[in-house]
Write a protein that binds this ligand. Structure first.
Ligand code: ATP
Ligand code: PRP
Ligand code: NIO
Length: 496
């Protein structure tokens, strides 16, 4: 189960998941007769989130699902017909709305597979097609890819801290940014590396394994911890994890052990205990000792309480004996970085007489924020062991020189020569041609497995949380020179 069916939580048509200005620009292009000029847009972010060294690309399957359902329904058009400008006249004439009604999606889309590690300035999605259509895709593509990539990256960091063998459970729904935030976060968190979610709707929609323990209310409802545990064990004799901190954590562990003994006499094993407050390092060590002494070395210790990657690392360094991490708020809200600042920029436009491309850029006072012109591809060079070594952005509309040089877009004096024999792969792959999907997308578990291999293939210096190394992403020299020339042409010469 991969793309979300566009039903239930959503309206049947989602073309109105956009900003008004996309539609006003679309109308303007149509009025000017520019609607079918071929255009190229790139979707990319400038800096990896969480001050980290990488991001995990995510959201493509949701974007594909949205694109395959892209159409303006009768209700959408009725609504747009009712919009008025400040003088009270209709914003959009009927002829334009008829045009939207008959609009067929015909773009070519290339994208980087979900789960791939990506870096600043790299197009995750490249859209080539009629200007009006390509413009209309901006907002929804950004909404989907920014959030999914943000949360998948956070999950990958939490997975990194927990290590390959601990279990990581996502418990965030109650603290998420609404139903849709919770659903999307559960998907992205699974893709990024958590093992399961407590979010049942995400389980149903995406096939993510669902897991859980019980709340304090369960214990409170019985008033007596042992009775509460025994009752839970009666309901789920082979699937019980007892929350032991309602009154006194270590007393709670003793009560759990006493119930676990009775369960064993009946042929069942206690799955685990959960700690949700207090000093998790100390309490988990003490709990482990009590469980081991009592003959329950395989009973798992789950911890929760505002956990995130740095806290997990700290708990591990304190010798915590936690083997299952329940992570909610910090993961699904990407607590320390509210959003990924991905952008969608026009990079090429056919000339009015269709004779050639004009490559376009958006200037900025800061060079790093100036966009990159061209019809870009991302080429990833690999070490002899197949690990990422450096990425090159190049313009596919121009011939590549024989000797390739990468130029750091933030500092043109930093360059690397590409060895001619270096192995590489092209990251942007065709997803749509002329509006038709040409690639079977991987399933969500396949993308998740890909993400884990990808993150592990990065050098630890790039994966670390504190001051990670910058992975080299360079512009191919002729692209760099061309961009520089365009910047100089466009930048006004100010008086000294
Ligand atoms: N050994 C530890 N080292 C660092 N941080 C810890 C340690 N143990 C717990 N924490 C974290 O400290 C924060 C505060 O936990 P603590 O249980 O003291 O307060 P609390 O959440 O207010 O407790 P309660 O749920 O009882 O109100 C949580 O994020 C928790 O995960
Ligand atoms: O801390 P988070 O990372 O967000 O993980 C989710 C939290 O949600 C629950 O607490 P809550 O107080 O809502 O309910 P409970 O403790 O009674 O289950 C759970 O016990 C976790 O502490
Ligand atoms: O199952 C759990 O333990 C759980 C679920 C949601 C939030 N906190 C904990």
């Amino acid at each position: 189960m991969n793309p979300a069916p566009l039903s239930g939580l959503y309206a049947p048509s989602l073309a109105l998941v956009t900003d008004l200005y996309q539609l006003t620009m679309a109308y303007g292009y149509w009025q000017q007769g520019m609607q079918d000029r071929q255009a190229v847009f790139h979707l990319y972010f400038r800096r990896a989130p969480f001050q980290g060294g990488y991001a995990v690309a995510a959201g493509l399957a949701l974007a594909v699902n949205w694109l395959e359902n892209f159409r303006f329904s009768a209700e959408d058009l009725d609504y747009l017909a009712g919009l008025r400008g400040s003088k009270g006249t209709p914003l959009f004439p009927r002829e334009f709305l008829d045009y939207l009604r008959d609009l067929k999606f015909t773009c070519d889309i290339d994208a980087i597979a979900e789960g791939t590690v990506v870096f600043g300035n790299e197009p995750l999605i490249r859209v080539q097609g009629p200007l009006l259509q390509a413009q209309l895709l901006e907002t929804a593509l950004l909404t989907l890819v920014n959030f999914q990539t943000l949360i998948a990256t956070k999950a990958a960091r939490i997975r990194e801290a927990a290590g390959p063998t601990d279990q990581v459970l996502e418990f965030g729904l109650r603290r998420a940014q609404g139903f849709d935030g919770g659903l999307g976060a559960s998907r992205a968190a699974y893709l990024g590396g958590v093992d399961a979610t407590s979010n049942v709707l995400a389980g149903q929609r995406y096939g993510i394994p669902v897991r859980g323990t019980h709340a304090h209310s369960w214990v409170q409802a019985f008033g007596d911890e042992e009775k509460a545990f025994a009752a839970y064990a009666q309901a789920f004799p082979d699937d019980s994890v007892f929350l032991v901190d309602t009154y006194d954590t270590l007393e709670g562990v003793r009560h759990a052990i006493s119930v676990a003994r009775r369960m064993r006499a009946d042929g069942h094993e206690l799955g685990g205990i959960r700690l949700d407050s207090g000093d998790l390092a100390y309490l988990s060590r003490e709990a482990r000792a009590l469980l081991d002494e009592a003959g329950f070395p395989n009973t798992r210790i789950v911890a929760s309480n505002d956990l995130e990657e740095n806290l997990i690392l700290s708990l591990k360094s304190q010798g915590a004996r936690i083997d299952t991490w329940g992570v909610g708020t910090q993961l699904v809200t990407a607590y320390n970085q509210a959003a990924l600042g991905g952008v969608y920029k026009l990079a090429a436009l056919r000339k009015a007489d269709d004779s050639d491309w004009d490559f376009t850029l958006k200037l900025s006072e800061q060079l790093v924020k100036t966009s990159i012109p061209g019809i870009l591809q991302v080429r990833r060079y690999l070490t002899e062991y197949g690990k990422p070594r450096a990425d090159m952005l190049y313009n596919t509309a121009e011939p590549l020189p024989e000797n390739l040089t990468l130029v750091d877009p933030a500092d043109y004096t930093r360059r690397r020569a590409v060895r001619p024999e270096a192995q590489y792969k092209e990251l942007l792959e065709p997803i749509f041609r002329n509006g038709r999907r040409v690639l079977e997308l991987p399933t969500l578990p396949e993308s998740r497995a890909h993400a884990q291999r990808e993150v592990q293939s990065l050098d630890p210096s790039i994966r670390r949380f504190l001051n990670p190394h910058t992975y080299p992403v360079g512009l191919e020299l002729t692209l760099h020179d061309y961009r520089d020339q365009l910047i100089l042409e466009k930048r006004p010469l100010r008086p000294a």
